[in-house]
Design a binder for this molecule. Structure first.
Ligand SMILES: Nc1ncnc2c1ncn2[C@@H]1O[C@H](COP(=O)(O)OP(=O)(O)OP(=O)(O)O)[C@@H](O)[C@H]1O
Ligand SMILES: [Mg+2]
Length: 242
């Protein structure tokens, strides 16, 4: 259940790792239904922002809400609304991918019979049904990327947060993931992704946010941002990041 129609609301967020300030007074909002691309060079603070929004990381000051729920004080409510595709693969090595999805659903209180139904349907949708009894080690990296999507979607979240979903993908897989994401956004999911690919932001998103050295540089409509000549230098820095 949502308490607000603002998917992500961040106000005055500052985050330190010991003495190093990774986020400095970050403020922006993502509207429900938006397709938001968060751009920034290496070390800009994208993953740190995602970690705070998903409750994986603490922070020193600011207010962070997901659909109106405070990510610290109302963690269970806010986390339930988020599906997360992390930057790195972090699957349980001992489970088959079907079991892994069922366990993930159960973390969210979904009963076993419904968990199995959803897991089976997602594996079908993302063309992994024939691998359902394999462990994730037996999957190609493209399959693992799709498995990340299945896991993020198992509890039917309102918002999908993806940290560089197509990094290291070949063209075919990149286009396939783009198609999935466009489809999910059409179905009503709010999407927030980080990327270094300008083409990805240009093709898919509606809104762009740019962060550099822990500070928000600009947030705005895609067209307006991409045509802004004053941002050329930062775009160059972003595209040359790995
Ligand atoms: N656990 C940590 N301990 C100390 N410093 C950290 C930690 N995690 C991140 N940092 C630092 O915080 C800054 C922001 O890192 P973050 O991972 O958020 O960047 P990013 O924008 O996601 O970069 P990339 O595009 O390379 O993934 C960097 O300077 C990084 O070294
Ligand atoms: Mg990162």
């Amino acid at each position: 259940m949502r308490k607000s129609d603002v998917a992500i609301s961040i106000k005055g967020l500052s985050k330190f790792y010991k003495k190093f300030q990774a986020l400095d007074q970050v403020s922006f909002q993502v509207k429900r239904g938006d397709f938001f691309a968060f751009l920034g060079p290496n070390g800009a603070g994208k993953t740190t922002t995602i970690n705070v929004v998903t409750g994986l990381s603490n922070y020193q000051s600011g207010d962070v809400h997901v659909f109106g729920y405070d990510v610290t004080n109302e963690y269970l409510n806010s986390r339930r609304l988020i599906g997360l595709c992390a930057q790195e693969f972090n699957f349980d090595p001992f489970l088959s991918i079907l079991q892994m999805l069922i366990y993930q659903a159960e973390y969210f209180g979904i009963p076993p019979w419904e968990a199995r139904r959803r897991a089976t349907a997602l594996l079908e949708r993302f063309q992994l049904a024939d691998k359902r009894h394999c462990k994730h080690r037996a999957l190609s990296s493209g399959m693992k990327k799709r498995l990340l999507l299945c896991r993020a979607l198992i509890h039917d979240p309102e918002i999908l947060i993806l940290d560089e979903p197509t990094a290291g993908c070949d063209l075919e897989l990149k286009f396939l993931i783009w198609d999935y994401l466009a489809q999910l956004n059409k179905e009503g999911k709010t999407i927030f992704l980080t990327t270094h690919y300008m083409e990805e932001a240009e093709k898919l998103c509606k809104t762009i946010g740019i962060i550099n050295r822990g500070r928000i540089v600009r947030i705005g409509d895609k067209k307006e941002i991409l045509q802004d000549k004053s941002l050329e230098e930062i775009f160059l820095e972003i595209t040359s990041s790995e």
